[in-house]
Design a protein around this ligand. Sequence first.
Ligand code: IMP
Length: 196
Amino acid sequence: MDDQTKIFLASGNPDKVKELKHMLEPLGCKVVSALDYSGIDAVEEDQPTLEGNALKKARFWRQKTGLPTLADDTGLEVDALGGEPGVLSARYAGESATYQDNVTRLLKNMEDKSDRKARFRTVIALAGEEETLFEGVCEGEIIRNPRGAGGFGYDPVFLPRGYNETFSEMSCAEKNTISHRGKALARVVEFLRIKL
Ligand code: IMP
């Protein structure tokens, strides 16, 4: 493999960039990200699906950088709410909602629901000479009272199937091995290992 292979990561989130670097650099890739570019506005995530948003971001940055580009989008899909908040997960309680606002709204909307089944779904788009989509899903349920202090977003109310700890109560490493994003990333890494 050519150790100069560069991959662009369409994210300005330092935690995501760190996680991806950790997984891609052992393949001999050099990872560059939106953190290395200033003065470019964030892409508006206005598509109706996770796939649409991931592809929109990946195409935008590929055009800007000329590099094969990875972009992701994640949503929490709750069965009793018809798949909501889904693609609107970041903005469930409004445009400038905090994680806490979103969790509060979710719990309120589920007050009278006995079916608590839910899943996180991550879609990662790779835009290069071809475009490829990767998916990772983590099934679980929404508990009634938040538990744990770690993680972010809906982690305190998400109990992954087969576990007694919420994502917030798990270590980062444990969460990564079973999470939607971890699974999608593992698929990307496998694809690149063969391709590069
Ligand atoms: P993004 O596409 O990764 O920015 O995720 C969109 C929204 O989904 C975030 O703002 C969070 O509210 C939620 N989310 C994404 N991933 C996770 C996770 O691993 N745990 C909890 N919430 C998450």
